[in-house]
Ligand binder design. Structure first.
Ligand SMILES: Nc1ncnc2c1ncn2[C@@H]1O[C@H](COP(=O)(O)OP(=O)(O)OP(=O)(O)O)[C@@H](O)[C@H]1O
Ligand SMILES: [Mg+2]
Length: 283
C-alpha cells in the first residue's frame, strides 16, 4: 500500500539529514503509528510521502504509484490531515467538504452518507453551515479530518491528529481509524500519545534523527523487555541510551557495545548498520 525505500532528505542550508535512508512498507488493513521525539523527522517524512516536500534520494510508492513520477495517481489514493489545520477558512464547513468531494469526483449520494456519519460522530452538524473562520481549533481539525476521508482513500495519513481534540472526538477518530482499516484500507499516523499507539496500532515505527530505530508489532518491540511502551520509547528515542539486540541470544545492550555481554557474539556488524530497519524489533 505504502512503500518507502531508502528515503533521504536534507532541508536547504542544513548540514543534517532530516530523513536518513528510511525504508518502510505498510500493508493493507493495518494501522501504523509513527513515533519519535520532537524534531525526529515524522512531519518531514509525512510531507514527503504526501508529495508536499521534495526529497533527495529514494522512492515513495502509494498503491504502486510513484509520488514523483506519477503524482496525480498517487495523490488520488490518499487522504492527508496536516498538523496545522490551516484550511480554506472563508468557506463554510459544507462548502469546504463538498469542494474536496468535487475535486476527487465523489458522487453526490456516495459522499452524503459518509459525510453525515462523520458529522454525527464529531458533533459538528450544527456548525456545518457556519464559516470555518468562526470555528474553534478543534472544530477546524474535525472538518479537516472529514474532508480528508470524503473520497474514501485507501491510505489515510494523519500528522498528530489527536492533539487538541476533546475525549469524545478522540474516541470518534479512533473508531474511524479502526473502521477504515477493517474495510481493507491503511492508516499511517504520527502521535506523541503512547497509550493510544499501544492500544490501536497493529505496528509502530520509532524514528530518531531521521532514521527508523525500531519497527514491529507491540509484542515484537517489547520483546525481551518488561518495560511499558513509555519507558521503552524514552530509552530508545534518547540517542545516549539507544539499544541494540544481539541477533544470536536476544540480549539488549548499548549501541556502542562491540561484543554481546551475554554470549560474546560480535555486535560490530549490527552496530555498523546504524539505524537500518530490521522488521520486527529493536534495531
Ligand atoms: N522548514 C524547515 N527548514 C529547515 N529545517 C527543518 C524544517 N522543518 C523541519 N526541519 C528540521 O527537520 C528535522 C525534522 O523535523 P520534523 O518537523 O520532521 O520533526 P517531527 O518529528 O515532526 O517533530 P515534532 O514532534 O516536533 O512535530 C528537525 O531537525 C527540524 O529542525
Ligand atoms: Mg511534526
Amino acid at each position: 500500500m505504502l512503500s518507502i525505500c531508502d528515503l533521504s532528505k536534507a532541508y536547504a542550508k542544513s548540514q543534517q539529514l532530516a530523513i536518513n535512508q528510511l525504508s518502510l512498507e505498510l500493508k493493507r488493513g493495518e494501522i501504523f503509528g509513527f513515533l519519535g521525539h520532537n524534531g525526529a523527522g515524522k512531519t518531514t517524512t509525512i510531507k514527503v510521502v504526501a508529495g508536499i516536500l521534495p526529497f533527495d534520494r529514494g522512492t515513495v510508492l502509494i498503491d504502486g504509484h510513484d509520488i514523483k513520477q506519477d503524482a496525480e495517481k498517487a495523490k488520488r489514493n490518499f487522504g492527508y490531515v496536516s498538523d496545522n489545520h490551516i484550511i480554506y477558512d472563508k468557506l463554510t464547513g459544507r462548502e469546504y467538504v463538498n469542494f474536496l468531494a468535487n475535486v476527487y469526483g465523489v458522487g453526490k449520494n456516495d459522499r452524503q452518507e459518509r459525510i453525515d456519519k462523520m458529522l454525527e460522530m464529531f458533533g459538528l452538524k450544527d456548525a456545518y453551515d457556519a464559516s470555518i473562520k468562526t470555528y474553534s481549533h478543534g472544530m477546524k481539525q474535525k472538518i479537516h479530518i472529514i474532508g480528508s476521508l470524503v473520497h474514501n482513500p485507501s491510505l489515510w495519513i494523519l500528522d498528530e491528529p489527536m492533539t487538541g481534540l476533546d475525549p469524545q472526538s478522540n474516541f470518534a477518530l479512533k473508531s474511524l481509524m479502526k473502521d477504515h482499516c477493517k474495510e481493507g484500507n491503511t492508516v499511517f499516523f504520527s502521535t506523541h500519545i503512547l497509550d493510544i499507539a499501544e492500544k490501536i496500532c497493529d505496528r509502530i515505527g520509532i524514528i530518531s534523527k531521521g532514521s527508523l530505530i525500531s519497527l514491529g508489532t507491540m509484542e515484537q518491540i517489547k520483546q525481551n523487555s518488561t518495560q511499558s511502551l513509555e519507558d521503552l520509547f524514552l530509552s530508545l528515542a534518547n540517542p545516549a541510551t539507544q539499544q541494540v539486540v544481539c541477533e544470536k541470544c536476544g540480549a539488549t545492550q548499548g549501541v556502542s557495545a562491540k561484543f554481546c555481554k551475554s554470549c560474546g557474539a560480535d555486535m560490530r556488524a549490527k552496530a555498523d548498520k546504524g539505524a537500518e530497519p530490521d522488521q520486527g524489533g529493536m534495531l
